[in-house]
Structure formats: structure tokens, C-alpha cells
Design a protein around this ligand. Structure first.
Ligand SMILES: Nc1nc2c(c(=O)[nH]1)N[C@H]1C(S)=C(S)[C@@H](COP(=O)(O)OP(=O)(O)OC[C@H]3O[C@@H](n4cnc5c(=O)[nH]c(N)nc54)[C@H](O)[C@@H]3O)O[C@H]1N2
Ligand SMILES: Nc1nc2c(c(=O)[nH]1)N[C@H]1C(S)=C(S)[C@@H](COP(=O)(O)OP(=O)(O)OC[C@H]3O[C@@H](n4cnc5c(=O)[nH]c(N)nc54)[C@H](O)[C@@H]3O)O[C@H]1N2
Ligand code: SF4
Ligand SMILES: [Mo]
Length: 715
């Protein structure tokens, strides 16, 4: 018997952090199509091609419908009833904990899960199992921006809102290809620029679709954005366009920063960033002339080994010019995944706890112990492992079990040769996913089928801190269940029931919301019923006080002094420097019509027609030097590994920089994942790996004939 469900259900797009509202049209049990929700303040009915085709990703032959298990990786996975999978997961986790302690167990979570699932998994691990090795794919994505905002402003979470887009008269994009990655948001910017109401500058080594609409494109050398941001602020200062009152009243650290800026004269900046001097000066003029500036930044900044420093430098520009906390102004970190904001709210990183609390702070641990009804000292005081260290510790045998929920690390982590060794050496790998197979299920001992966001109630929080209730539109297929449900079942089978008795997502949300009371991300007055009746709401949404769409409007910051911090950030050494052997830089990223490892978009014909195949984007000058032509098969080699691909000549690339999209990995294009080559060197402050920049060499496959021969013939 089918559950009776309404036929037009309000939910959300499962893809990017713009967080567009969807209406799912069903005939009861089946999803017929999705439309943009005209009432949702993120999109007012608009959708990009990915959002518009979500219905085709829900009921595919590749959906994971049943649990599976095997004793070891030499066996085949066999289908089993849910209770068997739960019992096996519990038994094997228990046995590892008995022998090696709880810290031999790790969780790897995702910004694509509901806040409720993120919260419960994090609580189970940190409060009951007592392991802080809980990290997430946000470490590869938002860690540097989050850390940058925390250090500069006292709190993670962007201060701006979408309504600022129409109020700004200048838009600066640093390392963001928003035209492809945040399309509905970018359309609002493009509309303003095209009407001549706002100016736009794009900083990206490649001439992207975002750069196409901009008045100015600065093709920076990868990894030099910090120098550029310091250089720009220096030019503001030199023409007296800083806000001395704002600096004095609301910030600390100006004298040190002021001194540092002396080291960033425009000649040096232009030369080091690889941009013409006149362009730098013209860009500075546009920004200096603007009254209301929004600076968007994403992976071109975050995924570098100094992403936190660059985030600080971006925020410096806004603080020193007083362009923050005012309409149409502010540093605007764009969130990648649909609910990475929710994940950060619940503290699903190895250093954090719910309500923007830190494991490292004794008072924060004490507060969470109280909220969770735990004895004092129950939460471990040592910070858990970040994603890169987590897989390193798996390789060395320190971490023996990992439960991966909603991510595909065997494709998306840097330095895949190491990640594969790590997964192979783990005693227990539990993979909870909505699709099968994935690159990561190859390493799974237990596979648990997850419901998609359209198949459950729950919340996502988008880039502008807006929480939307998603209502269940259709039932999940087979034995698939919401992610939190699997966590609760395994916990119960291990004997942890107190504290994990939640019957539904609404109850989990209520408990989570209480943990935010009085915190910078206060949403303690929110609950599912309120979101159902009043629609999506932004935090802060406190029980006491007023909600607000913009933060820091009073110039007060959640730091001990109440002031924001200006940081004097100087560039350290390059992580993976070019050399004679590896003379080119590899950068990686996205295309408009594919999503990450393609478990969803790979099923959609319309999308695959528009972005059909992987490629290696290369400037014609580089190709000429290497005697390569369009369509040639090549190897990309780095100090860690190599991948193969097909050259696409493109004058929009920067000379010396090749770009490979991240979407085609082992399942779709064997031996072609750029992550075979990328570096797992991390930003020391955020532990985010420098996925955007590594030194490589390129050579024609035909010039490497020996590599195609069996080893026995070569020797
Ligand atoms: N279509 C689509 N949209 C998505 C996603 C997707 O998979 N597909 N994923 C979502 C997620 S999780 C994320 S995190 C976002 C990512 O959104 P973006 O960060 O906009 O996307 P990327 O393509 O990873 O990188 C953006 C740009 O950074 C540039 N870049 C590389 N190195 C540097 C550098 O050193 N400096 C500068 N200034 N730029 C550099 C690249 O050339 C690229 O154009 O997209 C979200 N939206
Ligand atoms: N070289 C390079 N590598 C990168 C990046 C880059 O720019 N360059 N970007 C990094 C960034 S920013 C990100 S965010 C990561 C993304 O990397 P991943 O997180 O690995 O990417 P996805 O393919 O989105 O993986 C999500 C997995 O969860 C499954 N899934 C979807 N919905 C659900 C659900 O509701 N529940 C469960 N349990 N599973 C679900 C999907 O089928 C898929 O297998 O990649 C990172 N890796
Ligand atoms: S812009 Fe992002 S949230 Fe909106 S429809 Fe496209 S992928 Fe979905
Ligand atoms: Mo991301």
C-alpha cells in the first residue's frame, strides 16, 4: 500500500548552495517532475539545468535500494535485509572498539545530508562512541572560508544576503565560476551588470563563463590571490579610500596590516600575479569608485594551501573600507553544497561542536555535555583528524573503521593513490549512499541505502543562512531510509538508546535548534512547523531578540573585544612548486551541467548532452611547445600519480595552467581522475587541501608506449 501524499510538495534542489526552492509534482507514489518554487526567496521560481532535471535522478536503475555486505573485499557484496546490515555494522564496530578503543573509528560526513542527519551522526560519534574523528567533505570545500571568517569576524557564516545583490554597485568574484556553479544567484548579478547598474570584476586563471560577462577579467597565476587582495587594499589606502572611523571603532590590527601593505606596491603585485599593471590599476579604480561592493569567493581561494590567509585578506578589504554590515556590501563566501552551512551549524568537522562551538574550548565542551545530558568530561578534549589526516591514519592502521555517509572520497579526495591504500587497509568500511556503484563502494564491507532529500522531511541551510523545510514528496525506494534513521538503528544495536530516541526529523531539529541558543548562529526559535507555515527563514533567528537578514549591522562582532580583526597576512612558500620536471600547473573544477562524481547528473541525458565528456583544457601556446594538438590523448603526471585525458585547446586557458574537470572519475573514465595527481598538502590553519594547484608535466600517450605494455615486457 502506498502512503497517501500530497501531489505538490515544497522541497529543495539537492545540488548547490544557492538553495533553490522546488515544487515536486507527484501522482502520490511517483515523482513526475519538479518546478522552481515561485515563492522561495532564493530563486523566485527560477532553476538552472541541473535543478530543472532533478526528477530524472530519483528513480534510476543506479539507485541503491537494498543493504549489502561482505566479509572482506575479495568477496562480492550480497544483498541483505536492513536488520542484518544494522546488526553486522554494530557487531563489527563494537569489536573494533573493544580491541582498539573508540578512536579507531571515524566518520566522514557530507554537506549534502540534512541538518538532522548531520546532527545525529555527529552526536552519536562525539557524545556516545566518544571519537572526535568526525570530518566531512566540507574540509575539501569550505574549511578555509569558515576559518577565515571565524578569525576575522569572530564567527563562521557569511554576513551578507541575496537581497544585497540588487543593492551592490560592484561585484568582485575571486576564484569563483558562479555562472556555472551558482547559476541562479549569478543570473541576478549578470542582470544588474547587463543593465549597466553594477560593475563586475572576475579573478580567475581561466576566462570562464563568469568572466565573460565581467567588465574586467584578471587572469591571475594560480595561488596568488592573497598578493592581489593585499595589493588592492594598498591601492585603496594610497588614495585615502579607507574608512578610518570604521577601522578605529570596529577593528583591531590596522597598524600591522598597514605596515604589511607597504610591501605590496602595484608593480610587484602585477608581476607576481601575472597580470598587466594597467589592468590591476583599472580594476582597483573600479573598486575604489564603487560605493557598495560585494566580494564573492569560493574554491579558487579555499582550495589553496593559504586559503585561510586569502579569506582574511578579502575580509580585510571590506573591514578597512567599512563595506560590511551595510546594504549591498560585504564579503560573500559562496557555499558549495546545499547544506554545508547546516553541517557547520551542527559542528560536523573534527574540531567543532554544535552551535559554532569548538572542541578545543573547555567551556564549549562543558556546555554541550550539559545540553546532551552527559557526565563532565564525556566529550574528548583532543581535536579529531581532518579529512586528509583521517585517511592517512587509516593507511597507517590507527583508524580501523570508517562510516562514510553521502560522499565519494575514492573519487573526490586529493592524492587518490594514498586514499585507495587507506580504504584497502581499513578493517571496516561502511558506505551509506543513495546510488550504487560508486568509486567508494568498491571498498565497502557494508553498504546502507539512503533516502534522497525529496524522500524525507528535513532541513537544508543555504549560502545566505536561510533554513528551508523540505517535505517528503515521494517514498524512498526499496529499503532506503533517511540517513539519521540508519545512524539511530546502528546506535541502538550497539546499546546506545538514551539520547538517540528521536522518532522523526522534527524532533532532531528541535534538539539541534536548542543547542544554538545564545550562539552566533542562533536559530533557537525555529522549528519544522514554523518553517512549514512561515516558509524559509534566515538565522540569526533567536528566541530572544529579532531575526535579521544581514549580520554585523551594528559593527559589533562576536570576538572577546567586540571588534573584528584585521590580519596582516603575508604569502608563504608555494606548496607544490613547478620545476623542470613538472613545469605546468594543474587546476581542477566544475562544469555547468555535471555535479561532482556524477552519481546523479550522470543519469540525465539533457545534462550529458551539454557536458558529455572529460577534457584537459590547455592554452594553444603550451600545446605548441609540447607538440600536442586538439584531441590528443595525454598523461598528466605529478609528484604523486598520473591521470590520462584528451587535450582541448582553448585560448581561454592561461598559458602554463591546465584545467581538468572533477566529474569523470574511475567509474566513468578509468585512470582519468585529476585526483590521481592532486596534492594533499593542506592549509595549516584550516587543514583544507590545495586541490586547485599542483605542479604537473604533460606528455602524449603515444610518447609513453612503454606505459601501455605489460610490466613483464618492459623488464
Ligand atoms: N555545476 C556545478 N555546480 C556546482 C558544483 C558542481 O559539482 N557542479 N559543486 C558545488 C560545490 S560543492 C562547490 S564547492 C562549488 C564550487 O564553485 P566554484 O569554486 O566556483 O567552482 P570551481 O570550478 O571548483 O572553481 C572555480 C574557479 O576557480 C578557478 N581557480 C583555480 N585556481 C585558482 C586560483 O588560484 N585563483 C583564482 N582566483 N581562481 C582559481 C578555476 O579556474 C575555476 O574557474 O560549486 C557548487 N556548484
Ligand atoms: N581535484 C578536486 N577535487 C575536489 C574538488 C575540486 O574542486 N577539485 N572539490 C571538492 C569539493 S568542494 C567537494 S564538495 C567534494 C565533493 O565530493 P563528494 O562528496 O565525494 O561528491 P559527490 O559526488 O557529491 O558525493 C556525494 C555522494 O553522496 C551520495 N548521496 C547523494 N545524496 C545523498 C543522501 O541524501 N544521502 C546519502 N547517504 N548519500 C547521498 C551520492 O550518490 C555520492 O556518492 O569534492 C572535492 N574534491
Ligand atoms: S542554482 Fe543551484 S540550487 Fe539552484 S537550481 Fe541550480 S543547482 Fe539547484
Ligand atoms: Mo564543495
Amino acid at each position: 500500500m502506498w502512503e497517501q501524499m500530497p501531489e505538490h510538495v515544497k522541497t529543495l534542489c539537492p545540488y548547490c548552495g544557492v538553495g533553490c526552492g522546488l515544487i515536486a509534482d507527484t501522482d502520490g507514489p511517483r515523482l513526475l517532475r519538479v518546478r522552481g518554487d515561485p515563492d522561495h526567496p532564493a530563486n523566485f521560481g527560477k532553476l538552472c539545468p541541473k535543478g530543472a532535471t532533478v526528477a530524472q535522478t530519483v528513480n534510476t536503475p543506479t539507485r541503491l535500494r537494498y543493504a549489502m555486505q561482505r566479509d572482506d573485499l575479495y568477496d562480492d557484496l550480497t544483498v541483505c535485509p536492513p536488520h542484518t546490515a544494522v546488526r553486522e555494522a554494530a557487531r563489527r564496530l563494537d569489536s573494533i572498539i573493544q580491541q582498539h578503543g573508540p578512536q579507531a573509528v571515524a566518520f566522514y560526513l557530507s554537506g549534502q545530508l540534512t541538518t538532522e542527519s548531520q546532527y545525529l551522526a555527529n552526536k552519536f560519534a562525539k557524545a556516545y562512541l566518544r571519537t572526535n574523528h568526525v570530518d566531512s567533505n566540507s574540509r575539501l570545500c569550505m574549511a578555509s572560508a569558515a576559518q577565515g571568517m571565524k578569525l576575522s569576524l569572530g564567527s563562521d557564516g557569511p554576513p551578507t544576503c541575496y537581497a544585497d545583490i540588487e543593492l551592490a554597485d560592484a561585484h568582485l568574484f575571486v576564484g569563483s565560476n558562479a555562472a556555472h556553479c551558482h547559476p541562479v544567484l549569478f543570473d541576478r548579478v549578470a542582470a544588474r551588470v547587463q543593465k549597466g547598474k553594477a560593475r563586475c570584476i572576475v579573478v580567475d586563471p581561466r576566462r570562464t563563463a563568469t568572466a565573460e560577462i565581467a567588465e574586467m577579467h584578471l587572469a591571475v597565476r594560480p595561488g596568488t590571490d592573497l598578493i592581489l587582495m593585499n595589493g588592492l587594499l594598498r591601492l585603496f589606502r594610497d588614495v585615502g579610500k579607507i574608512d578610518k572611523d570604521y577601522i578605529a571603532d570596529h577593528t583591531e590590527g590596522w597598524p600591522e596590516l598597514n605596515t604589511l601593505l607597504d610591501q605590496y606596491p602595484p608593480e610587484f603585485v602585477a608581476r607576481t600575479c601575472g597580470i598587466p599593471y594597467e589592468q590591476l590599476m583599472a580594476a582597483a579604480r573600479i573598486l575604489i569608485e564603487s560605493e557598495r561592493l560585494l566580494t564573492y569567493w569560493t574554491m579558487g581561494v579555499n582550495q589553496t594551501v593559504h586559503g585561510t590567509f586569502t579569506s582574511n585578506a578579502i575580509i580585510n578589504l571590506h573591514l578597512a573600507t567599512g563595506k560590511i554590515g551595510k546594504p549591498g556590501c560585504g564579503p560573500f563566501s559562496l557555499t558549495g553544497q546545499p547544506n554545508a552551512m547546516g553541517g557547520r551549524d551542527v559542528g560536523y568537522m573534527s574540531h567543532s561542536l554544535p552551535g559554532y562551538r569548538s572542541i578545543a574550548e573547555p567551556e564549549h565542551r562543558r556546555q554541550m555535555e550539559q545540553l546532551w545530558g552527559l557526565p563532565a568530561g564525556a566529550i574528548r578534549d583532543e581535536i579529531g583528524y581532518d579529512a586528509v589526516r583521517l585517511f592517512e591514519a587509516m593507511e597507517s592502521g590507527e583508524i580501523r573503521a570508517v562510516w562514510i555517509i553521502g560522499s565519494n572520497p575514492a573519487a573526490s579526495m586529493p592524492n587518490l593513490p594514498r586514499v585507495r591504500r587507506a580504504l584497502e587497509s581499513a578493517e571496516l568500511v561502511i558506505v551509506q549512499d543513495a546510488y550504487y556503484p560508486t568509486e567508494t563502494t568498491s571498498y565497502a564491507h557494508i553498504v546502507l541505502p539512503a533516502a534522497l532529500n525529496l524522500e524525507q522531511d528535513g532541513t537544508f541551510c543555504n549560502t545566505e543562512r536561510r533554513v528551508t523545510l523540505m517535505q517528503k514528496a515521494v517514498p524512498p525506494p526499496g529499503d532506503a531510509m533517511p540517513d539519521w534513521w540508519w545512524v539511530k538503528q546502528v546506535a541502538a544495536a550497539m546499546g546506545f538508546t538514551a539520547g538517540l530516541r528521536h522518532e522523526n526529523a522534527a524532533q532532531i531539529f528541535d534538539e539541534f535548534a536548542r543547542t544554538t541558543a545564545g550562539r552566533p548562529n542562533d536559530q533557537s526559535a525555529m522549528h519544522h512547523e514554523l518553517l512549514r507555515v512561515k516558509g524559509p527563514q534566515q538565522w540569526p533567528y533567536p528566541a530572544m531578540g529579532r531575526p535579521s537578514e544581514r549580520r554585523y549591522t551594528d559593527g559589533k562582532f562576536p570576538t572577546p573585544s567586540g571588534k573584528a580583526r584585521l590580519w596582516a597576512r603575508d604569502l608563504g612558500p608555494e606548496a607544490d612548486a613547478t620545476s623542470l620536471e613538472f613545469p605546468l600547473l594543474l587546476t581542477t573544477g566544475r562544469v555547468l551541467n555535471q555535479w561532482h562524481t556524477r552519481t546523479k547528473t550522470g543519469n540525465v541525458d539533457q545534462l550529458n548532452k551539454m557536458d558529455p565528456a572529460p577534457f584537459i583544457q590547455m592554452h594553444p601556446d603550451d600545446a605548441r611547445e609540447l607538440d600536442l594538438s586538439d584531441g590528443d590523448a595525454v598523461f598528466v603526471r605529478s609528484r604523486r600519480g598520473k591521470c590520462r585525458g584528451t587535450v582541448r585547446l582553448d585560448a581561454n586557458a592561461s598559458p602554463g595552467v591546465v584545467f581538468v574537470p572533477i566529474h569523470w572519475n574511475e567509474l566513468w573514465a578509468p585512470a582519468s581522475s585529476p585526483n590521481e595527481a592532486t596534492t594533499d598538502d593542506v592549509d595549516p590553519l584550516s587543514k583544507q587541501p590545495g586541490l586547485k594547484c599542483c605542479a604537473v608535466s604533460i606528455s602524449a600517450v603515444s610518447a609513453n608506449r612503454t606505459e601501455q605494455l605489460p610490466l613483464s615486457l618492459i623488464e
